[in-house]
Design a protein around this ligand. Structure first.
Ligand code: FAD
Ligand code: UDP
Length: 365
């Protein structure tokens, strides 16, 4: 007899399981259909001894002291600031766009203030920002938008920026100074011994049992439990009763090179050339030293595991219908990127799980 079944051993499932087991002494069964814990943040050593991320590069960053302190109970950290270049017009330019990007693309030598002036001259005034194209051209004009955002977005989503909510391209800041870090958050760190080790620690409480390689639907009727916490795709939970909710998938192509370093920074984005969106070299992220190096190329795809909710109005409307159904179920809670159909980073999922736990602990649920 379990107090809770948690479907999914990713960040959402593992954090809520840990809190329920350690703080409320609940007996928890965590079920995942994959053969490992960690969800999309799972990492492992490949056949060349390089620590790689099976589902694409995962860089931890957060402004939340609460999330950082919580996870620090389960891992030590390496400091790591992610840097990205984009291959544009045959040159490698800093991403996000900053002073150096502008000077490199337009062959100028503007100061910080002059860059701000430059943007104010080329930006397009838009009364109501309705989509991801509006948000970008209203800050930096059409030329940089076309060189950096249009092609990358089409490749990644098979949609143009005007077909996506503003929040998608707004993830990328626009800077006037020389800051070339991909993220601006207060905490930018990587788990010192990898994500999977951190998940092992999160799930190590004796009140937690783990069942892998099992779809919860196949076993749910054979197990006695009180409540369910679900972190998989919300449309699957309801057997697609309102139709399929679109998620974007990716194919990953890993390659090992018998040299120490493959590229100058962790990630290079390819907005306009090749079929892949970006190439990431893991050793930059993990700080590992080794004689060879492994990279991953990401190719987006409409088929495969669901990785990204697709933020656009029609999908939000369909999700709302599923959410309405979910709210009627008093003994099932939905958290995580797939179950709440939100383009969340890892820290946001952790925060969401901690908030659910607080509500359960207070007796609100
Ligand atoms: P998941 O990790 O997807 O876990 C859900 C789990 O549920 C899965 O393991 C799945 O197998 C299981 N499941 C589903 N259905 C069933 C079922 N029927 N029965 C049993 N089990 C089931 N975030 C960052 O903060 N920084 C990054 O750099 C970053 N990079 C990313 C790169 C890529 C390519 C992707 C795809 C995501 C990235 N993210 C990043 C986002 C991050 O992966 C998510 O925020 C986080 O992993 C979501 O955790 P989750 O627990 O909600 O979902
Ligand atoms: N984006 C872009 N060009 C880039 C980087 C990002 O057009 O060089 C857009 C694209 O639509 C992408 C979104 O911004 O999907 C968010 O980028 P991010 O790097 O946050 O994507 P993730 O790491 O979540 O795949």
């Amino acid at each position: 007899m379990y107090d809770y079944i948690v479907v999914g051993a990713g960040f959402a499932g593992s954090v809520i399981a840990e809190r329920l087991a350690s703080q409320l002494n609940k007996k928890v069964l965590v079920v995942d259909k994959r053969n490992h814990i960690g969800g999309n943040a799972y990492d492992f050593y490949d056949e060349n001894g390089i620590l790689i991320h099976k589902y694409g590069p995962h860089i931890f960053h957060t402004n939340s002291e609460k999330v950082f302190n919580y996870l620090s109970n389960f891992t030590e950290w390496n400091y790591y600031e992610h840097r990205v270049l984009a291959s544009v017009d045959g040159k490698l330019i800093p991403m996000p766009i900053n002073r150096l990007t502008v000077n490199s693309i337009f062959g100028l030598s503007l100061s910080n203030d002059e860059v701000e002036d430059f943007f104010s001259k080329i930006k397009i005034n838009i009364d109501k920002i309705e989509n991801s194209k509006d948000i970008i051209v209203s800050k930096i004009g059409i030329e940089l938008y076309e060189k950096i955002f249009k092609g990358y977005t089409k490749k990644q989503w098979d949609l143009y920026p005007e077909e996506l909510n503003p929040s998608v391209c707004a993830r990328i800041p626009i800077r006037f100074n020389d800051d070339d870090r991909y993220f601006s958050d207060k905490y930018q760190v990587m788990p010192k011994h990898g994500y999977s080790k951190m998940f092992e620690s999160l799930l190590s409480h004796p009140n937690i049992s783990i069942l892998l390689k099992e779809d919860y639907k196949k076993i749910i009727n054979d197990i006695k439990f009180n409540k369910l916490i679900y972190t998989g795709p919300i449309d699957d939970f309801f057997d697609l009763s309102y139709g399929k909710l679109p998620y974007r998938s990716l194919k990953f192509k890993f390659e090992n090179y018998k040299k120490e370093i493959y590229q100058p920074v962790a990630t290079i984005n390819y907005p306009n050339s090749y079929d892949f969106t970006r190439v990431t070299e893991f050793k930059h992220l993990t700080n590992q030293t080794a004689e060879s190096t492994t990279i991953v190329r990401e190719y987006s795809s409409s088929i495969g595991d669901p990785y990204y909710p697709i933020p656009r109005e029609e999908n939000d409307e369909l999700y709302s219908k599923y959410k309405e159904l979910s709210l009627k179920l008093k003994s099932v809670h939905f958290i995580g990127r797939l179950a709440t159909y939100k383009y969340y980073n890892m820290d946001q999922v952790v925060a969401q799980a901690l908030t659910l736990f607080e509500k359960i602990a207070k007796g609100d649920f």
